[in-house]
Write a protein that binds this ligand. Structure first.
Ligand code: NDP
Ligand code: GDR
Length: 334
């Protein structure tokens, strides 16, 4: 007699699947054999890039500002792993929307942790934290670097960071957090400087634009590739104990350097195409901080695999293809 042993797929809940990291994390979890449950705003459709993954995903319409939403979802789905990626994630926009940012990027985390404590204390929870919690002017930041946010987004993430630590020690819950430095990809939202630049370069190359307007070209960031960073998120939930991990490359690059690299990829000099707008300049944090991912390397075996020029090239190529399709022309041959 043939015995069929049904192996139940592990259930993960991704809060904020429609953003950049949600797509890469879903790819990873699908490869690992998970059933992925995910929240979408009421009436929102899943983004087109998730279409190839639809057979792995169950979508749940959720209004994250509704206090009962985490409890309802956790009780309905009974996830073993929860990844909280949802946030108002733009530093610049957080000055225009400080209350909304505090609510979704900060307060909503308290609602998730409380629902975890009450209804799924055995589930594992990943919180997407940010390097924006750190005070400026430090050397390479590890998990013990001084906290001193300089904008409403960083302040909301700092609140969430402290809350994660408090819930972990007070209630013994498995809550891991990634203190994530900037990470980019072709799925990055256009509000962020990398994508603004690579989209601009593609449009200029294809004759659809003649300039890109930017703020501070001397601003520096520790940038990596998003596809590498979601690996650390997953790994941090596969450990014996929960912890905080800085996820970073340890390298600083300037916005001007990124502009040069993106234009060089299509064989153009950047100079004639760059315009400056003082309104896009920021008051603080422009020197940039580098991160030390030594703990993640050691405990998770994580490392950034994709180099600066490689992911910049990947983004430019993806934007060339997309813009060419928009205007009905083949991407330029090189
Ligand atoms: P995105 O901004 O691309 O995605 C944010 C997600 O949050 C989207 O799914 C978005 O949904 C959702 N969201 C935003 N506002 C609301 C709302 N009011 N109600 C419901 N959902 C909402 O972020 P990333 O994928 O780049 O980042 C993932 C997480 O990692 C975020 O928490 C971010 O702060 C953090 N992080 C990211 C870094 C990076 O460099 N990418 C670095 C450090 C931290 P919708 O599409 O409907 O707007
Ligand atoms: P950041 O990302 O604020 O670091 O937050 P962003 O890409 O917006 O800015 C990076 C740097 O580029 C400079 N800059 C410009 N930025 C934008 N957006 N537009 C411009 O035209 C421009 N010109 C220069 C900025 O001043 C800044 O120095 C990202 C987000 O993903 C957060 O969610 C995350 O927590 C942090 O990274 C770590």
């Amino acid at each position: 007699m043939l015995l069929t042993i049904g192996i139940m797929a592990r259930r993960a809940l991704i809060i904020g699947i429609s953003g950049q990291d949600g797509g890469y994390l879903t790819e990873l979890l699908a490869r690992e054999g998970y059933r992925v449950h995910a929240t979408l705003r009421p009436d929102a459709e899943p983004p087109e890039r998730l279409a190839p993954l639809h057979e792995h995903i169950t979508y749940h319409s959720a209004d994250l500002s509704d206090p009962s939403s985490p409890e309802d979802l956790i009780r309905r789905i009974e996830p073993q792993e929860i990844y909280n990626l949802a946030a108002q994630s733009s530093v610049a926009a957080s000055w225009d929307q400080p209350l909304e940012t505090a609510e979704l990027t900060g307060m909503a985390v308290a609602r998730w942790l409380e629902a975890l404590r009450r209804f799924a204390p055995k589930a594992r929870f990943f919180q997407a934290g940010s390097s924006e919690i750190f005070a400026p002017g430090q050397g390479r930041c590890d998990e013990w670097a001084a906290i001193g946010p300089r904008n409403p987004y960083g302040a909301a993430k700092a609140y969430a960071h402290h809350l994660v630590g408090a819930y972990r020690s007070q209630h013994g819950l498995f809550i891991a957090s990634g203190i994530l430095f900037n990470h980019e990809s072709p799925w990055r939202d256009m509000r962020f400087v990398t994508r603004k630049i690579t989209d601009g370069v593609a449009r200029i190359k294809l004759g659809m634009a003649n300039s890109i307007t930017l703020g501070n070209l001397d601003a520096r960031r520790d940038w990596g590739f998003a596809g590498d960073y979601v690996v650390a998120m997953w790994q941090s939930l596969q450990q014996d104990t929960p912890d905080d991990y800085v996820i970073a490359t340890g390298e600083l690059h300037g916005v001007g350097e990124l502009v040069e690299a993106a234009f060089a990829h299509v064989g153009l000099e950047a100079g004639p195409f760059i315009r400056m707008d003082p309104k896009l300049m920021r008051a603080a944090g422009e020197q940039g901080l580098a991160g030390s991912a030594a703990k993640a390397r050691q405990q998770l075996g994580w490392e950034p695999r994709t180099g600066f020029r490689d992911w910049v090239a990947m983004m430019v190529e993806a934007d060339l293809e997309r813009v060419a399709a928009e205007i009905g022309s083949p991407p330029p041959a090189r």
